[in-house]
Unconditional design. Structure first.
Length: 305
Protein backbone atom coordinates (compact mmCIF):
# COMPACT_ATOMS: atom_id res chain seq x y z
CA UNK A 1 0.00 0.00 0.00
CA UNK A 2 1.24 3.46 -0.90
CA UNK A 3 -0.30 6.51 0.71
CA UNK A 4 0.38 10.00 -0.54
CA UNK A 5 -0.98 12.91 1.49
CA UNK A 6 -0.96 16.52 0.32
CA UNK A 7 2.39 16.19 -1.46
CA UNK A 8 3.57 19.48 -2.84
CA UNK A 9 6.79 20.42 -4.62
CA UNK A 10 7.68 23.91 -5.66
CA UNK A 11 10.74 24.98 -7.63
CA UNK A 12 11.15 28.71 -7.03
CA UNK A 13 7.75 30.15 -7.85
CA UNK A 14 6.71 27.12 -9.91
CA UNK A 15 4.49 24.45 -8.39
CA UNK A 16 5.35 21.12 -10.05
CA UNK A 17 3.21 19.00 -7.68
CA UNK A 18 0.29 20.66 -6.00
CA UNK A 19 -1.38 19.11 -2.94
CA UNK A 20 -1.49 15.59 -4.36
CA UNK A 21 -3.24 12.90 -2.29
CA UNK A 22 -4.06 9.33 -3.30
CA UNK A 23 -3.41 5.77 -2.33
CA UNK A 24 -2.40 2.70 -4.30
CA UNK A 25 -3.88 -0.46 -2.80
CA UNK A 26 -2.53 -3.95 -2.38
CA UNK A 27 -3.68 -6.47 -4.97
CA UNK A 28 -4.32 -3.77 -7.53
CA UNK A 29 -2.53 -2.03 -10.36
CA UNK A 30 -2.86 1.73 -10.02
CA UNK A 31 -2.20 3.74 -13.14
CA UNK A 32 -0.75 7.21 -12.66
CA UNK A 33 -1.72 9.01 -15.78
CA UNK A 34 -0.98 12.49 -17.04
CA UNK A 35 0.39 14.43 -19.99
CA UNK A 36 4.08 15.31 -20.26
CA UNK A 37 5.21 17.57 -17.47
CA UNK A 38 2.13 16.88 -15.34
CA UNK A 39 4.19 16.00 -12.26
CA UNK A 40 4.20 12.16 -12.31
CA UNK A 41 7.96 11.69 -12.04
CA UNK A 42 8.33 14.38 -9.40
CA UNK A 43 5.61 12.72 -7.30
CA UNK A 44 7.25 9.31 -7.66
CA UNK A 45 10.69 10.70 -6.85
CA UNK A 46 9.27 12.19 -3.64
CA UNK A 47 7.78 8.79 -2.71
CA UNK A 48 11.22 7.18 -2.79
CA UNK A 49 13.21 9.97 -1.19
CA UNK A 50 14.99 11.22 -4.33
CA UNK A 51 13.31 14.61 -4.20
CA UNK A 52 12.35 16.21 -0.91
CA UNK A 53 8.78 17.45 -0.75
CA UNK A 54 8.06 21.08 0.00
CA UNK A 55 5.20 19.75 2.12
CA UNK A 56 3.13 16.60 2.54
CA UNK A 57 4.04 12.96 3.08
CA UNK A 58 4.31 9.66 1.22
CA UNK A 59 4.40 6.30 2.96
CA UNK A 60 5.06 2.79 1.71
CA UNK A 61 3.40 0.08 3.78
CA UNK A 62 2.92 2.70 6.50
CA UNK A 63 6.50 4.00 6.64
CA UNK A 64 8.34 6.73 4.82
CA UNK A 65 10.98 5.48 2.37
CA UNK A 66 13.78 6.88 4.56
CA UNK A 67 12.59 4.72 7.46
CA UNK A 68 12.78 1.45 5.52
CA UNK A 69 15.84 -0.48 6.79
CA UNK A 70 16.38 -2.42 3.54
CA UNK A 71 14.19 -0.56 1.02
CA UNK A 72 14.72 -2.99 -1.87
CA UNK A 73 12.96 -5.71 0.11
CA UNK A 74 9.90 -3.51 0.58
CA UNK A 75 9.63 -1.52 -2.63
CA UNK A 76 10.88 -2.12 -6.14
CA UNK A 77 11.62 1.10 -7.96
CA UNK A 78 12.16 1.79 -11.65
CA UNK A 79 12.29 5.49 -12.35
CA UNK A 80 14.72 5.85 -15.22
CA UNK A 81 15.88 2.75 -17.06
CA UNK A 82 18.68 4.73 -18.69
CA UNK A 83 20.17 5.74 -15.35
CA UNK A 84 21.86 2.34 -14.88
CA UNK A 85 25.66 2.23 -14.92
CA UNK A 86 26.44 2.07 -18.64
CA UNK A 87 29.83 0.38 -18.24
CA UNK A 88 28.52 -2.61 -16.25
CA UNK A 89 26.90 -5.70 -17.64
CA UNK A 90 23.29 -6.56 -16.83
CA UNK A 91 24.43 -9.48 -14.70
CA UNK A 92 26.83 -7.24 -12.73
CA UNK A 93 24.07 -4.71 -12.04
CA UNK A 94 21.77 -7.41 -10.73
CA UNK A 95 24.67 -8.89 -8.73
CA UNK A 96 25.26 -5.56 -6.99
CA UNK A 97 21.57 -5.29 -6.10
CA UNK A 98 21.57 -8.91 -4.86
CA UNK A 99 24.59 -8.30 -2.60
CA UNK A 100 23.37 -4.92 -1.34
CA UNK A 101 20.07 -6.45 -0.30
CA UNK A 102 21.72 -9.54 1.17
CA UNK A 103 19.91 -11.95 -1.13
CA UNK A 104 20.98 -15.43 -2.23
CA UNK A 105 23.16 -15.50 -5.38
CA UNK A 106 20.61 -17.53 -7.31
CA UNK A 107 18.25 -14.54 -7.41
CA UNK A 108 20.33 -12.98 -10.20
CA UNK A 109 19.77 -15.87 -12.60
CA UNK A 110 16.13 -16.16 -11.51
CA UNK A 111 15.55 -12.51 -12.37
CA UNK A 112 17.38 -12.72 -15.71
CA UNK A 113 15.12 -15.61 -16.58
CA UNK A 114 12.03 -13.77 -15.34
CA UNK A 115 12.64 -10.78 -17.61
CA UNK A 116 13.83 -12.95 -20.52
CA UNK A 117 17.34 -11.55 -20.82
CA UNK A 118 19.50 -14.23 -22.41
CA UNK A 119 22.91 -15.30 -21.15
CA UNK A 120 24.62 -13.39 -23.95
CA UNK A 121 22.59 -10.25 -23.22
CA UNK A 122 23.34 -10.52 -19.49
CA UNK A 123 27.07 -10.39 -20.35
CA UNK A 124 26.72 -7.30 -22.52
CA UNK A 125 27.48 -3.84 -21.14
CA UNK A 126 24.36 -1.76 -20.48
CA UNK A 127 25.58 1.00 -22.82
CA UNK A 128 24.98 -1.50 -25.63
CA UNK A 129 21.45 -2.35 -24.47
CA UNK A 130 18.37 -1.23 -26.35
CA UNK A 131 15.86 0.82 -24.35
CA UNK A 132 13.59 -2.22 -24.13
CA UNK A 133 16.44 -4.32 -22.69
CA UNK A 134 17.18 -1.58 -20.16
CA UNK A 135 13.54 -1.61 -19.08
CA UNK A 136 13.69 -5.39 -18.62
CA UNK A 137 16.85 -5.06 -16.55
CA UNK A 138 15.26 -2.24 -14.55
CA UNK A 139 12.22 -4.40 -13.83
CA UNK A 140 14.52 -7.27 -12.81
CA UNK A 141 16.34 -4.94 -10.38
CA UNK A 142 13.00 -3.72 -8.99
CA UNK A 143 11.78 -7.29 -8.44
CA UNK A 144 14.96 -8.89 -7.13
CA UNK A 145 14.19 -8.22 -3.46
CA UNK A 146 10.68 -9.69 -3.84
CA UNK A 147 9.08 -6.46 -2.56
CA UNK A 148 5.37 -6.00 -1.87
CA UNK A 149 5.25 -2.66 -3.63
CA UNK A 150 6.38 -1.63 -7.11
CA UNK A 151 6.81 1.96 -8.28
CA UNK A 152 7.48 2.15 -12.00
CA UNK A 153 7.80 5.33 -14.04
CA UNK A 154 6.84 4.75 -17.68
CA UNK A 155 8.01 1.10 -17.62
CA UNK A 156 6.62 0.36 -21.06
CA UNK A 157 8.82 2.99 -22.73
CA UNK A 158 10.86 1.35 -25.45
CA UNK A 159 9.15 -2.05 -25.22
CA UNK A 160 7.78 -3.54 -28.42
CA UNK A 161 4.15 -4.82 -28.48
CA UNK A 162 5.18 -8.30 -27.32
CA UNK A 163 7.26 -6.72 -24.56
CA UNK A 164 4.32 -4.58 -23.47
CA UNK A 165 2.12 -7.69 -23.31
CA UNK A 166 4.82 -9.48 -21.32
CA UNK A 167 5.09 -6.64 -18.82
CA UNK A 168 1.34 -6.36 -18.49
CA UNK A 169 1.07 -10.07 -17.66
CA UNK A 170 3.94 -9.83 -15.20
CA UNK A 171 2.40 -6.88 -13.35
CA UNK A 172 -1.05 -8.48 -13.37
CA UNK A 173 0.34 -11.65 -11.82
CA UNK A 174 2.24 -9.61 -9.25
CA UNK A 175 -0.90 -7.69 -8.21
CA UNK A 176 -3.02 -10.85 -8.20
CA UNK A 177 -0.63 -12.29 -5.63
CA UNK A 178 -1.32 -9.30 -3.39
CA UNK A 179 1.35 -6.84 -4.56
CA UNK A 180 0.81 -3.10 -4.92
CA UNK A 181 1.73 -1.68 -8.32
CA UNK A 182 1.91 2.00 -9.13
CA UNK A 183 2.88 2.71 -12.70
CA UNK A 184 2.90 5.96 -14.59
CA UNK A 185 2.29 6.67 -18.21
CA UNK A 186 1.36 9.53 -20.47
CA UNK A 187 -0.21 6.96 -22.81
CA UNK A 188 -3.80 6.29 -22.04
CA UNK A 189 -4.23 3.00 -23.84
CA UNK A 190 -1.27 1.50 -22.08
CA UNK A 191 -2.85 2.28 -18.71
CA UNK A 192 -6.39 1.47 -19.76
CA UNK A 193 -5.62 -2.17 -20.45
CA UNK A 194 -3.71 -2.87 -17.28
CA UNK A 195 -4.87 -0.61 -14.44
CA UNK A 196 -7.59 -1.41 -11.92
CA UNK A 197 -7.47 2.05 -10.41
CA UNK A 198 -6.54 5.35 -11.96
CA UNK A 199 -5.10 8.59 -10.69
CA UNK A 200 -5.11 11.30 -13.33
CA UNK A 201 -2.80 14.27 -12.88
CA UNK A 202 -2.61 17.47 -14.88
CA UNK A 203 -0.51 20.53 -14.14
CA UNK A 204 0.59 19.10 -10.82
CA UNK A 205 -2.95 18.54 -9.57
CA UNK A 206 -5.08 15.43 -9.34
CA UNK A 207 -7.96 15.91 -11.76
CA UNK A 208 -9.65 12.52 -11.32
CA UNK A 209 -9.20 9.33 -9.37
CA UNK A 210 -11.15 6.15 -8.79
CA UNK A 211 -11.53 2.67 -10.13
CA UNK A 212 -11.29 2.33 -13.88
CA UNK A 213 -14.91 1.18 -13.92
CA UNK A 214 -16.05 4.27 -12.00
CA UNK A 215 -14.14 6.62 -14.25
CA UNK A 216 -15.50 4.95 -17.35
CA UNK A 217 -19.04 5.15 -16.00
CA UNK A 218 -18.46 8.79 -15.18
CA UNK A 219 -17.71 9.38 -18.83
CA UNK A 220 -21.50 9.38 -19.40
CA UNK A 221 -23.47 9.14 -22.61
CA UNK A 222 -23.07 10.44 -26.13
CA UNK A 223 -26.31 11.09 -27.98
CA UNK A 224 -27.47 12.55 -31.28
CA UNK A 225 -31.06 13.42 -32.04
CA UNK A 226 -33.14 15.06 -34.75
CA UNK A 227 -34.06 17.90 -32.36
CA UNK A 228 -30.93 18.12 -30.25
CA UNK A 229 -31.85 21.48 -28.68
CA UNK A 230 -35.19 20.12 -27.45
CA UNK A 231 -33.52 17.04 -26.04
CA UNK A 232 -30.89 19.17 -24.29
CA UNK A 233 -33.68 21.23 -22.72
CA UNK A 234 -35.52 18.05 -21.65
CA UNK A 235 -32.38 16.61 -20.03
CA UNK A 236 -31.70 19.88 -18.23
CA UNK A 237 -35.37 19.93 -17.18
CA UNK A 238 -34.68 16.80 -15.11
CA UNK A 239 -31.99 18.70 -13.21
CA UNK A 240 -29.10 16.96 -15.02
CA UNK A 241 -26.38 18.64 -17.01
CA UNK A 242 -25.58 18.18 -20.67
CA UNK A 243 -23.35 19.81 -23.27
CA UNK A 244 -24.20 20.37 -26.88
CA UNK A 245 -21.18 20.26 -29.21
CA UNK A 246 -21.18 22.52 -32.30
CA UNK A 247 -21.66 19.41 -34.49
CA UNK A 248 -24.94 18.63 -32.68
CA UNK A 249 -23.58 15.87 -30.43
CA UNK A 250 -24.91 15.89 -26.89
CA UNK A 251 -22.81 14.68 -23.98
CA UNK A 252 -24.35 14.06 -20.61
CA UNK A 253 -23.66 12.33 -17.32
CA UNK A 254 -27.12 10.72 -17.57
CA UNK A 255 -26.95 7.01 -18.43
CA UNK A 256 -28.09 5.79 -21.83
CA UNK A 257 -31.33 4.14 -20.63
CA UNK A 258 -32.47 7.31 -18.91
CA UNK A 259 -31.60 9.44 -21.94
CA UNK A 260 -33.79 7.10 -24.00
CA UNK A 261 -36.73 7.60 -21.60
CA UNK A 262 -36.28 11.38 -21.51
CA UNK A 263 -36.22 11.45 -25.32
CA UNK A 264 -39.38 9.31 -25.50
CA UNK A 265 -41.21 11.60 -23.08
CA UNK A 266 -40.06 14.64 -25.06
CA UNK A 267 -41.08 13.05 -28.37
CA UNK A 268 -37.55 13.41 -29.76
CA UNK A 269 -36.22 10.74 -32.13
CA UNK A 270 -32.68 9.60 -31.37
CA UNK A 271 -30.25 8.98 -34.19
CA UNK A 272 -27.39 7.76 -32.00
CA UNK A 273 -27.17 6.66 -28.37
CA UNK A 274 -24.07 5.17 -26.80
CA UNK A 275 -22.10 5.05 -23.63
CA UNK A 276 -19.11 7.40 -23.83
CA UNK A 277 -16.83 4.60 -22.64
CA UNK A 278 -16.92 3.29 -26.20
CA UNK A 279 -14.24 5.88 -26.81
CA UNK A 280 -12.24 4.48 -23.90
CA UNK A 281 -10.77 6.82 -21.40
CA UNK A 282 -9.39 8.97 -24.17
CA UNK A 283 -12.24 11.40 -24.21
CA UNK A 284 -12.15 11.74 -20.46
CA UNK A 285 -8.37 12.08 -20.44
CA UNK A 286 -8.34 14.75 -23.12
CA UNK A 287 -11.21 16.57 -21.49
CA UNK A 288 -9.69 16.42 -18.03
CA UNK A 289 -6.28 17.50 -19.12
CA UNK A 290 -7.18 19.89 -21.96
CA UNK A 291 -6.97 22.80 -19.58
CA UNK A 292 -3.60 21.74 -18.27
CA UNK A 293 -2.10 20.84 -21.62
CA UNK A 294 -2.21 24.30 -23.11
CA UNK A 295 1.29 25.07 -24.19
CA UNK A 296 0.59 28.78 -23.99
CA UNK A 297 0.02 28.94 -20.24
CA UNK A 298 3.00 30.41 -18.49
CA UNK A 299 4.42 29.10 -15.27
CA UNK A 300 3.21 32.25 -13.49
CA UNK A 301 -0.34 31.67 -14.72
CA UNK A 302 -0.16 28.04 -13.65
CA UNK A 303 0.99 28.83 -10.13
CA UNK A 304 -1.51 31.66 -9.82
CA UNK A 305 -4.42 29.47 -11.02
N1 LIG B 1 14.52 19.99 -10.69
C1 LIG B 1 13.57 20.71 -11.28
N2 LIG B 1 13.64 22.06 -11.34
C2 LIG B 1 12.68 22.79 -11.92
N3 LIG B 1 11.56 22.28 -12.48
C3 LIG B 1 11.43 20.94 -12.44
C4 LIG B 1 12.42 20.08 -11.84
N4 LIG B 1 11.98 18.79 -11.97
C5 LIG B 1 10.79 18.84 -12.61
N5 LIG B 1 10.46 20.13 -12.90
C6 LIG B 1 9.26 20.57 -13.60
O1 LIG B 1 8.13 20.03 -12.94
C7 LIG B 1 7.11 19.70 -13.88
C8 LIG B 1 6.72 18.25 -13.69
O2 LIG B 1 7.75 17.42 -14.18
P1 LIG B 1 7.68 15.84 -14.12
O3 LIG B 1 8.97 15.31 -14.67
O4 LIG B 1 7.30 15.43 -12.75
O5 LIG B 1 6.48 15.53 -15.13
P2 LIG B 1 5.98 14.14 -15.72
O6 LIG B 1 4.51 14.11 -15.50
O7 LIG B 1 6.77 13.03 -15.16
O8 LIG B 1 6.24 14.31 -17.28
P3 LIG B 1 6.72 13.27 -18.42
O9 LIG B 1 5.52 12.47 -18.82
O10 LIG B 1 7.15 14.20 -19.52
O11 LIG B 1 7.85 12.46 -17.85
C9 LIG B 1 7.68 20.00 -15.27
O12 LIG B 1 7.22 21.28 -15.67
C10 LIG B 1 9.18 20.04 -15.01
O13 LIG B 1 9.82 20.90 -15.91
Amino acid sequence: MITVESLTKTYGGFTAVDDVSFSARAGRVTGFLGPNGAGKSTTMRMMVGLTSPTSGTATISGRSFADLPNPGLEVGVLLDASAQHAGRTGREILGIAQRTMGLPKGRVEEMLHKVSLTDAEAERRVKNYSLGMRQRLGIATALIGDPEVLILDEPANGLDPAGIRWMRDLLREYADKGGTVLLSSHLLHEIEVIADDLVVIGNGRIVAQGTKAELLAAAGTVVRADRALDLAAAIRGTGQTCNLDPDGTLRTEVDAAQVGRIALDAGVALTELRSADGAGLEEMFLELTAETQRETRTHTERTAA
